[in-house]
Design a protein around this ligand. Structure first.
Ligand code: ZN
Length: 306
């Protein structure tokens, strides 16, 4: 059972809930899939042309959440928390059947996705995983927002900072080694918004399914949710969760270091588009040796196939 072989879930898992932005009820089923399938969405409410691949060049909107579309215009939105759960749990292959256009928001975090994946169990194949290794530093800026990705030895590190005028959120920073650290606090961190933005979003016909059940709402120096925060850095930790999910649209695990200040879905996608439009910026490697814990991956074990 190697951490370096491709994995899927042992049995299908089912989710019901509302979409955060559409407010629509949705049923979603995550199914086991063969090695080299990757992650694929299937819109079961559409008869034809209903497979959608969560790839960086398929992102059609990344303003408030990440939406992917296929060439026929079929789309799935708010995929990022589910993608983060799949990335963190090491799920390489799965077919996700969904009967609406938005992934259920559940509690606003990846907690329930992770719990159900754990309870379904994981099947490890004998086919090795592929890993993207960042070879060159690429930076992207948009006003005060910035993001960069650079080469790293063996891990994926995410260094994220947020700066809010709201004093309760304020400035928060966290650095996470995605493959080595316990990600429970990251998975459990909920999406958040300012109370004054809730009405604005609803007027824009967004956040129709939003409630205190699925988002942290901050009003001045108060959190309106009963029980308050789940962890001290819940705000920035949620941004790291989003970042992990959006990085998985590259298709494979990544070895690199991401540094982001005040970014989000759109900036991450703009960065990745820049990285993957030039083959000089990255290589794809396949780990041939079996049973090497990922913490011991050394360059000499990596064979470039790109
Ligand atoms: Zn999010």
């Amino acid at each position: 059972m190697s951490a370096l072989n491709q994995k899927t879930i042992k049995e299908s898992i089912q989710f019901d809930g509302v979409g955060l932005h559409t407010g629509q009820l949705v049923n979603m089923k995550i199914n086991p899939a063969e090695p080299n399938t990757g992650i694929i969405f299937k819109r079961t409410d559409l008869k034809n042309n209903n497979y959608i691949i969560p790839g960086i060049f398929n992102v059609s909107n990344a303003n408030l959440c990440t939406t992917i579309s296929n060439e026929f215009g079929a789309n799935v939105s708010t995929i990022e928390h589910l993608m983060a759960a799949l990335f963190g749990m090491g799920i390489d292959n799965t077919l996700i059947e969904i009967d609406s256009q938005e992934v259920p928001i559940l509690d606003g975090s990846a907690k329930i996705f992770v719990e159900k994946i754990k309870s379904a169990g994981i099947n490890t194949s004998n086919i090795p995983i592929k890993i993207i290794k960042i070879e060159k530093k690429i930076s992207f800026k948009d006003g005060v927002k910035s993001v960069s990705i650079e080469p790293n030895k063996i891990s994926l590190d995410i260094d994220f900072e947020i700066k809010y005028k709201n004093l309760l959120i304020g400035t928060q920073r966290n650095i996470v080694n995605v493959y080595e650290e316990d990600l429970t606090e990251i998975y459990n961190s909920r999406t958040f918004c300012l109370y004054e933005d809730v009405e604005k979003l609803k007027k824009m016909n967004l956040a129709k399914g939003g409630s205190l059940e699925n988002a942290l709402v901050v009003k001045d120096d108060k959190i309106l949710n009963e029980g308050g925060l789940r962890n001290k850095k819940e705000f920035v930790n949620h941004k790291i969760l989003d970042c992990i999910g959006d990085l998985y649209l590259s298709g494979y695990k990544i070895i690199g270091k991401v540094i982001c200040s005040q970014g989000g879905h759109k900036l991450t996608n703009q960065l990745l588009r820049e990285v993957f439009q030039d083959k000089e910026n990255f290589s794809i490697v396949e780990i041939k040796e079996k049973n090497i814990p990922h913490s011991l991956i050394n360059r000499k074990y990596l064979r470039s196939i790109a």
